[in-house]
Write a new protein. Structure first.
Length: 95
């Protein structure tokens, strides 16, 4: 966990891929890469583990998926109206 008041650094996807490639394919150690690039060894290990398990180091999108189409309230109102009529009909048939 980062200390209070410190900022988390953001790394580009190309940089992450380069570091993981050097770690996995070229066989450089985590300590060597940490000193070379000035990043924590744990971060490099996390990226390498993610690459081993998922096959990629790309970040997952988070949050709610945005809907592309605009909401048509009139159409939704008509559908709801028909549904309510259907429910009333079902209730009448039950009696």
């Amino acid at each position: 966990m980062a200390k209070k008041g410190t900022r988390q650094r953001k790394y580009t996807q190309e940089f992450i891929d380069q570091v993981v490639r050097e770690y996995q394919q070229e066989g450089h150690s985590g300590n060597y890469l940490a000193d070379k690039y000035g990043i924590p060894k744990g971060t490099i290990m996390t990226w390498a583990h993610k690459y081993r398990t998922t096959g990629t180091t790309a970040r997952k999108k988070r949050g709610r998926v945005k809907q592309d189409k605009e909401i048509d309230y009139k159409e939704k109102y008509e559908i709801l109206k028909k549904y309510l009529e259907f429910l009333e009909e079902v209730e009448r048939e039950k009696k």
